[in-house]
Design a protein around this ligand. Structure first.
Ligand code: SF4
Length: 241
C-alpha cells in the first residue's frame, strides 16, 4: 500500500457545504495545497501563493482520517478541495479508505488534469474558470475528463463562477458543450478583502440577484441551477468554515 503523503493545508468541520450540487450538505473539509492556476479572484490563494506555507503538513491517508474523526466524530461525508486536488495521484488511497468506512466523497477541480480516482468520487464538480479569472481553459483536457467520466458511467456536475457578461458567455459555451451534465452558475465574490460579514452580505445579495435576473432572461440557460456561495453569506470571507 502506497504511503505517499498528502500536502494538507486545512482540515475542518463538520460544516455545511457552501457551493454547487451538494450545497447545504453536512460535510468535513480537507483542503490540499498547490494549484496549477492563478485565478485573479481566487478565494483560497493561500493554498498556492506562499502565504499559507507554514500550515502545510504532509499527512498519510490514515493521519487525515484520524484527524477527521477527531474533529467530526462519525462523519458521513467529506469534501476534498484545494488548490487543485487533482494534482495529487495519492488521493486515490484516501478516497478508497473513506469509502471503506462508509463516508461519501465530494471533490471540486477546475478540470485541467485527469486522475484515475476521479471515477471513484461520489460527487465530482468540474469548475472551469471564466475570463475574469485571467486563466485560459484547456478544452482538450476538459473534453478528455468529461469523456472518460461519461464512458465510465460516472455522474458529475459543472459549475461556473460568474462576475460579468463575458463570464456569462463563457458559462453558456460550457453549458452548450456538455449539455447533458447538471450545470450550476455561481455568483462571484469580488470583495475578498472585506472582513465584516454584515458589510459583505448586501453586495453578495446584489450579485446573486443580478445573476438570477440575467440567467432567467437568457434563453441559452435552460436546464441550470443558479446559486450563491452560501458560506460567505453566513461567515463572510472567513477561512476554515
Ligand atoms: S483553480 Fe481554484 S484554487 Fe486554483 S487559483 Fe483558481 S480559484 Fe484558486
Amino acid at each position: 500500500m502506497s504511503e505517499r503523503r498528502i500536502p494538507v493545508i486545512e482540515i475542518f468541520g463538520p460544516t455545511v457545504q457552501g457551493e454547487g450540487r451538494v450545497i447545504g450538505r453536512k460535510t468535513m473539509f480537507v483542503r490540499t495545497s498547490g494549484c496549477d492556476y492563478r485565478c485573479a479572484w481566487c478565494d483560497s490563494a493561500f493554498t498556492w501563493d506562499g502565504t499559507g506555507k507554514d500550515d502545510i503538513r504532509l499527512l498519510t491517508a490514515g493521519e487525515v482520517i484520524g484527524e477527521l474523526t477527531e474533529k467530526g466524530g462519525e462523519f458521513a461525508h467529506v469534501t476534498l478541495s484545494g488548490g487543485n486536488p487533482a494534482l495529487l495521484p495519492q488521493l486515490g488511497e484516501l478516497i478508497d479508505r473513506l469509502h471503506a468506512q462508509g463516508a461519501e466523497v465530494a471533490l471540486e477541480t477546475q478540470g485541467s488534469k485527469w486522475q484515475e480516482w476521479f471515477r471513484s468520487v461520489d460527487e465530482l464538480t468540474l469548475s472551469p474558470k471564466p475570463p475574469s479569472s485571467g486563466m485560459e481553459t484547456d478544452w482538450a483536457a476538459l473534453d478528455g475528463i468529461v469523456g472518460k467520466l461519461e464512458n465510465a458511467g460516472r455522474s458529475f456536475s459543472l459549475k461556473v463562477v460568474v462576475f460579468d457578461e463575458a463570464d456569462l458567455d463563457y458559462a453558456a459555451a460550457v453549458h452548450a458543450r456538455y449539455a447533458s451534465a447538471p450545470f450550476y452558475l455561481q455568483a462571484g465574490n469580488g470583495r475578498l478583502g472585506e472582513t465584516e460579514p454584515a458589510r459583505l452580505l448586501p453586495y453578495l445579495l446584489e450579485r446573486y440577484e443580478w445573476l438570477i435576473g440575467t440567467v432567467m432572461a437568457d434563453a441559452r440557460f435552460r436546464k441550470v441551477h443558479v446559486l450563491p456561495q452560501l458560506h460567505t453569506w453566513v461567515w463572510g470571507n472567513k477561512k476554515g468554515v
